[in-house]
Each structure stands twice: as C-alpha cells, then as structure tokens.
Design a protein around this ligand. Structure first.
Ligand code: ADP
Ligand code: TZD
Ligand code: MG
Length: 588
C-alpha cells in the first residue's frame, strides 16, 4: 500500500515518473521477457487496466465472455505450443470460473498459468468483507500443480519465473498466480525493476533416462513377439514428431493412438491398429506406453479387454516417475522426456527388432475388415442424418483440408467422431481430455485459431456447445477462422427421452426441439447454415474453411440415433431396485 501512496503524492507534486515503473508494467514486461504473446482474459476490477496495458504493449489480449472458456483456451494453447497458456481473471467469482479450467489443465498434464487479481490481503485475512473477497491462494492450491502469490513489485520477476517453471517442467500442469490489486499500483525505480525480471532459461529441461532403465526396456522388447505401442497426448505434447515416427516405423510395431495422439502418424498409416483395438489389446505380449496413462481410458490396463489372465509386460515411457505402477506392474519404467527415451531406446535396439511372423498380418486382417465395415456405414443417406452419415461428410472435409484443427466434444458426437474422422498431422485434434469435460469446445477452437493461424472445425454435441456457446460472439469479434458444427439431436445423448413421471415437463436430457443454433451465429454477424444432408454439410464446412469466415452449421441429427452416454454407458451406476421400479432404465 505504501508505495502506491508515494506514487500518488509524487504525481500530485508534479514529480516526473520517467524513472519509475509499477506492478502493471513489471508483470507485463516479465511475461513478454518470457515469450508470452497472448493472454486469454475477462476484464474487471482489479485487472481491467492490466489487460489494456498488455494490449498496448503488443501482447494479443483476447477477451472472453466467461472465464472458464478463457481458461480452456489458455490450456489448449499450452498443449499446442508447449509453453504455459495464460488466463487472466478478476477475483473470487472470476477466479473460481477460471479454476475449473486450471484443474482440467493439470489433469491433462498441460502447462497453464491462471493469473487472478485478488482483493486487499489485510481485509481478506481478517475476513472483513472486501469486494469479491476470497482466500484464492488457499482454494487454488489443492487443484493445481503449484500456487504462488506476489506481494511486492520487486518480486514480480521471480514470481512469474517460478510460475513458468512449475507449469512447464517435469509433468506439465496448471499454476495459480495470485496478484493482489495493490501490487499492480506499487511503484519502484525503473532500472531496479528491469533488473529484477527473470528470463527463464530452459523451462522444460530434457530428462535423459538412465542407461540401466534403457537396457531393461530393450531386453524386454527383444523378447517381444506380439508387441504394441500406445501413443498418448504426452507424446503429442513433446513435439518430437520425427523421433516418434522413426521409432514406430523402424520397429515395425503396430500402434494405437489415444485420441489426441491421432495424427502423430497419419491415421491411414499401415501400422495403425486403431481399427483392430480389441485384438491388439488382448493379444499383445509387450505393450510400450508412450506418454499415455493406464487410466480409465485404457480400462486401467486390466480385465477382459486386456485379455486377462495374461503374461503381458508393460514398458512405460513417462516424464513422471510416480506414474509407474499406478494401475499395473510396469516391467520396464523409462523415466524421461519422450524424445530422449525413444532416441536411447532406438540406439539400444540397433536393428534387433523381431516380431512373431504373422502378428502384423493378424492386425491387418482385422483392420481391413473393420475399415470396410465402417466405410459402408458412412455411405448412407438416412434422413434425418445419423452420426455416421454426418461424420462421413466431415471425415472427407478433414481429409481434403489436412491443416485444419479439429475440436471435438459431446458424447455420441465425440465417440463416433474420434473413430470416424482420420487425422493426418500432429496436434490437430483437441477434445474433452482425461476428464471427459463438456465445454472445452469454443475455448479450444479460439486458442487453436489464434495459436496456429489454421482454420478450425469444431464438431460439437448440442449439449456440449451449450456450456460455452456464448463465445461464438468472441469468435465473430476477433473474426477467427472457426467453423462450428452442432450435432443437433435435441438433447443429451438422444432427443427422444420421456419424462418418466408422465408429467408435462420435458425429460431431463431433452432440449427445445429443432432449435436453430445457426441463427445465433447470424446475430453476431457470422455465417449461419442449416444442414440436413451430408452433401450440404460437407459443402458448407469446406466453404467455411476456405473463406475463413466465422461460421456455425446446425446439422440436424436423428434424435433416436445416439446411445446413452455414447461408448461409456457401462460407467453409469445401476441398481436392481431402480431397474425394477423403472423398466425404462434397462437400455443399450
Ligand atoms: P492420453 O489421455 O492420451 O492417454 P495421458 O494424459 O493419460 O494421455 O498421459 C500423458 C502422459 O504423458 C502423462 O503421464 C505425462 O506425465 C506424460 N508426459 C507429458 N509430457 C511429457 C514429456 N515431455 N515427456 C514424457 N512424458 C510426458
Ligand atoms: N458436465 C460437464 C462439465 N462434463 C460432463 N462430461 C457432463 C456434464 C456430463 N455429460 C457427458 O459426459 S456428455 C454430455 C454431458 C452433459 C452431453 C452429451 O450430449 P451432446 O452429445 O449433445 O453434447 P450427443 O451427441 O447428444 O451424445
Ligand atoms: Mg446432443
């Protein structure tokens, strides 16, 4: 508080401020010194001017309609660029709105920094009821990788450096940086201030695996007869695309890409086992995990899906040693960054790759049959469209415009799109991630457009879109090349559920029938399209991508086409009592 007073006094006395700097400028200079080019923000006390000054200083500041979406944008930027994405919010409610995205970034192992203004420490700590009062640091701590507060202008350089290091190094994650409003107004000598800034050298240092660990993994691979590689989003994040491709191709091993690892190698690569997933999970004898966790998305590495009982061995490459043995025994833990681990492993293997004769042929036989079956399903002209018909159209759009970033959320809209739409380049797919969270769509789309400059196709369930839909105004305001396609089936999972009480309220999973989301886009000056056939959908999406005009296509989908919870209906709790009372509860 003191320095602010002296600044005011100096100003009043007409003293020159040329030799002074303040918290606002030190924070902006610290971010710029560390290469921050974009801030995803919602203005308000005490950070409104911070956003203005940042914009004035040449940083691109994108203002959102809700902090959660700004946060998802920052986290997606972190994944795409391998540098922490920055989200800026006001105190208490704005901070809490951003916190979901920060926790999601941490869960996804993506680097992000949430910078929130906070109110007067003295008042907060005595709980005297300040404007938007909240002990934000304490609340953020358990939900992110690290949380810091800066109290003095001369500590801004160190505070920002710690936030960047914590977010980027080792397993990346979300970091909270608490900025009491009073800090921004603090004044100090400009030269001293400049000297206090810290440029973070090597924020995510390479981590070289130990030679013993490499030898152990190589010994297991040399014995493998039916090996399988699983590529996860950690592999996509590491930006060592050439090494990954070399490892896969030189080894000749079939691989499965997790959803955001799709495109590290093109999905039509002859070694892709995506269409033979159940076969390779069940029958493989050695599994090499590359930046992927054995969590629920891989049924924890256990059970029927994995062909248990079995004698499978797991080799796991991960930057976080704690990840090893989290779900099953890891025979060869390889701790380090993906690029270094794969390079060392390639060296250790030399030309010694040998698989059981016929393993790859088995995989091919399965993939060929499954791909043929799926292709047939995509060629349909059902009216209204089902998921396969609509996604068949979008699959050819992505195939014809391979630089497009695909954003994808929903239940059926996600599960069908993940398997139907092939990706051809790394880091071109952003989706609901480890939590399966709805609402990432518009934030991810905005970040993808801003960070890559490429067009974006956001394929959204109508429910998923509802969590973030107001940001189409943001898309129009910044004139971003984003084409949103809403899979409008009138509801969550399906649009034909009934109210089991027989009453007049709609079913809990239903929305207004035949809503015209395309008209929302027109309200903001964007292009709105109503599409009922695959041809219309394809034409409109190509037009949007090529014109780079903000576009929203309302794709009419059969309300009866979806399944409860998409592919993960089995995760819904069930009870024999409930089933006896509600015969409707027995489905799928
Ligand atoms: P997916 O959902 O695609 O299966 P996960 O998010 O479960 O992927 O796993 C990503 C893993 O990648 C995490 O365990 C994380 O620690 C790891 N990881 C992240 N960055 C790196 C890196 N640069 N090098 C090695 N491992 C990394
Ligand atoms: N809230 C949040 C933040 N995340 C969630 N995952 C959910 C709620 C629960 N949920 C799902 O898991 S999918 C989904 C919800 C609400 C929406 C599915 O409906 P949709 O997609 O319209 O987006 P489909 O095509 O109709 O299945
Ligand atoms: Mg829906």
């Amino acid at each position: 508080m003191m320095p602010q007073k002296s600044h005011d006094q100096q100003h009043e006395a007409g003293t020159s401020v040329d030799n002074l700097t303040d918290g606002f400028h030190l924070l902006i200079d610290a971010l710029k010194l560390n290469g921050v080019k974009t801030i995803y923000n919602v203005p308000g006390i005490p950070i409104t001017d911070l956003g203005r000054y940042a914009q004035a200083s040449g940083i691109r500041v994108l203002s959102f309609r809700h902090e959660q979406n700004a946060g998802y944008a920052a986290s997606a930027a972190g994944f795409l660029t391998k540098k922490p994405g920055i989200c800026m919010t006001v105190s208490a409610p704005g901070f809490l709105n951003g916190l979901t995205a920060l926790a999601n970034a941490t869960t996804n192992c993506w680097p992000m920094i949430l910078i929130s203004g906070s109110s007067e420490r003295e008042v907060v700590d005595l709980q005297q009821g300040d404007y938007e009062e909240m002990d934000q640091l304490a609340i953020a701590k358990p939900l992110c990788k690290a949380a810091y507060r800066i109290l003095h202008a001369e500590d801004i350089g160190i505070g920002v450096a710690r936030a960047i290091r914590a977010a980027s190094s080792g397993r990346p994650g979300g970091v909270y940086l608490d900025i009491p409003g009073a800090l921004l107004g603090q004044v100090m000598d400009a030269v001293k201030g400049q000297k206090s800034l810290v440029e973070v050298i090597d924020p995510s240092p390479k981590q070289i695996p130990s030679p013993d660990a490499v030898a152990r993994a190589a010994a297991i691979l040399k014995e493998a007869r039916r090996p399988l590689i699983i590529l996860g989003k950690g592999a996509a994040y590491d930006q060592c695309d050439d090494i990954i491709r070399t490892f896969v191709e030189r080894s000749g091993i079939p691989y499965l890409p997790m959803s955001m690892a799709k495109g590290l190698l093109p999905d039509d690569h002859p070694q892709s086992a995506a269409a033979a997933r159940s076969t390779v999970l069940k029958d493989s004898d050695v599994v090499i995990m590359v930046g992927a966790r054995l969590n629920w998305l891989l049924s924890h590495g256990k059970g029927k899906q994995w062909g248990e009982p079995h004698t499978k061995k797991f080799v796991q490459i991960d930057i976080d040693p704690k990840e090893m043995d989290s779900n099953v025994e890891i025979a060869a833990p390889l701790v380090g960054d993906i690029g270094s681990c794969l390079t060392k492993l390639l060296d250790a293997m030399g030309g010694d790759w040998e698989q059981q004769k016929g393993w790859m042929e088995t995989v091919h036989a399965k993939t060929d049959a499954n791909i043929k079956r799926m292709d047939a399903q995509l060629q349909n002209n059902s009216n209204p469209m089902n998921y396969q018909a609509a996604l068949g159209a979008l699959r050819s759009v992505i195939s014809e415009r391979r630089d497009t970033v695909l954003v994808n959320e929903g239940a059926n809209t996600l599960d069908f799109a993940r398997s139907i739409i092939n990706m051809f380049k790394p880091r071109k797919r952003l989706d609901v991630g480890t939590w399966g969270v709805m609402g990432i769509g518009m934030g991810s789309a905005i970040a993808a457009a801003v960070e890559t400059g490429n067009p974006v196709l956001a394929v959204e369930g109508d429910s998923a879109f509802g969590f973030c839909g107001m940001e189409i105004e943001t898309i129009c305001r910044y004139n971003l090349p984003v084409c949103v396609v809403i899979f409008n089936n009138n509801g969550i999972y399906r649009g034909d559920d009934t109210n089991w009480s027989g009453g007049s309220d709609p079913a809990t999973t239903k929305f207004v029938k035949d809503s015209r989301y395309d008209k929302m886009m027109e309200a903001f000056g964007g292009v709105g399209i109503y599409a009922t056939t695959p041809d219309e959908l394809k034409r409109a999406a190509l037009e949007a991508i090529d014109s780079r005009k903000p576009t929203l296509i309302n794709a009419v989908i059969d309300p009866a086409a979806g399944k409860e919870s998409g592919n993960i209906g089995s995760l819904n709790p069930q009870s024999i009592v409930a089933k006896a009372r509600y015969p409707q509860a027995v489905r799928n």
